[in-house]
Design a protein around this ligand. Structure first.
Ligand code: SIN
Ligand code: CO
Length: 380
């Protein structure tokens, strides 16, 4: 079964009342979250490409954090309770998991980051903390108790174990138990602590991309340098300075203004489309990771976007795939628009928008592994 999710309220109402503002619990709004199971997750955490963590501890601690890749022995020596395995960017490695992101079209595609999945034994948690990003916490298996606290900021007192950045004396304002299919949305900065109530607790976390001004300015500067703008500072209206030794505010303002003026719409588009289309998973990911599931010859196979392929369109309708620019002909645009708008494509959807230019590009992208045929018939 493919993963699905539907907001419990109209999308605009969610954005206006909750997005980036306050938590929301939605009951029975997700399904098809049965894969991956615990064995698949622990298997992923053995891989060197995969970013994973094991956290042990409960209550007042002590807490322990280990980073993957793990080996089978690490799991053999675990206690029965109070530990959690967290695997980052599972959507990149298991294309079926990435299909959940098709249900987040109430936000622009570039705003989505990745899907982390945790597997916890009874009592397992990552401790009281806050995240800097919005997150949808979706209960896939078992029950998890969520304690919700106040909005935090960089001054919020933390415990001494600075690796985990746990909050000191988190005040609990609300408490909910989530079962399979229930979803908790949290805006950035809200204190939370999710504790597994069962011995087999799996939670998916859909996280979001929020580049910092420093990231954006760096990319704009790189792109401006690449575009070869070589105009120099000008000051034809100069008056005699009152203090020739100092850099005056008016000059700071003029220098900055002229620098920003060099950032043409084309430079802005290229810098941001490149930054926002870069994948969240490690570069050089082997595109054969879920090859076993791919069966192009099967009549039940559907064209899908590989989970590690990030594809967005810019305002000219050109494609940006994993940080690379693909200028498109007008004839190719309808097909590529379909490919960028969703992750799974039926023949009935593809056929009306496919013409030679688009088909050639799609063939090239299939050859490179960015798109593939996936057989869903075995698990449905
Ligand atoms: C978890 O899945 O155990 C933790 C996720 C979170 O609190 O952000
Ligand atoms: Co969190």
């Amino acid at each position: 079964m493919r993963p699905t999710f539907k907001l419990a309220l109209p999308a605009q109402q969610f954005l206006t009342e909750y997005w980036q503002k306050k938590p929301l619990v939605m009951r029975q709004v997700a399904s098809g979250l049965d894969h991956p199971d615990a064995d698949t997750l622990s298997g992923l955490s053995l891989e060197s490409d995969v970013d994973s963590r094991l956290i042990t501890g409960h209550g007042d601690g002590p807490w322990n954090l280990q980073h993957g890749p793990f080996d089978e022995n690490d799991f053999r020596v675990l206690p029965r309770e109070n530990w959690t395995l967290l695997v980052q960017s599972v959507d990149c490695f298991l294309t079926e998991v990435s299909m959940l992101l098709d249900h987040f079209s109430f936000l622009p595609a570039w705003r989505l980051e990745d899907i982390m999945i945790s597997y916890a034994s009874r009592g397992g948690s990552v401790g009281p903390h806050f995240d800097r990003y919005d997150v949808f916490l979706m209960q896939a298996k078992g029950q998890r108790r969520w304690k919700i606290g106040d909005h935090c900021d960089p001054h919020t007192p933390l415990q001494e174990n600075d690796q985990l950045k746990l909050i000191n004396n988190m005040k609990v304002r609300d408490e909910y138990v989530l079962g399979p299919g229930d979803v908790l949305y949290l805006p950035p900065g809200v204190a939370h602590w999710g504790i597994a109530e069962d011995s087999d607790c799996i939670t998916w976390s859909v996280g979001f991309r929020a580049p910092s001004p420093v990231d954006i300015l760096g990319r704009l500067a790189d792109q401006a340098a690449e575009s070869g703008g070589d105009t120099l500072f000008t000051d034809p209206d100069r008056t005699v300075p009152s203090d020739a030794a100092s850099l005056q505010p008016a000059d700071i303002e003029a220098l900055t203004r002229q620098a920003f003026r060099a950032l043409t719409p084309d430079i802005q588009r290229r810098a941001l489309a490149e930054l926002l289309s870069e994948p969240s998973c490690p570069s050089g990911l082997d595109f054969d990771v879920d090859h076993d599931h791919i069966a192009a010859a099967s009549p039940d196979a559907l064209l899908v976007r590989h989970g590690a392929t990030r594809l967005i369109l810019d305002d000219q309708g050109d494609a940006w795939l994993n940080g690379n620019h693909w200028p498109l002909t007008e004839a190719a645009k309808p097909l590529i628009r379909l490919l960028a708008g969703q992750r799974l494509y039926t023949e009935a959807e593809l056929q009306p928008v496919t013409h030679d230019d688009g088909q050639d590009l799609l063939d090239e992208w299939i050859e490179a592994g960015y798109f593939a045929y996936l057989d869903f018939s075995t698990d449905e």
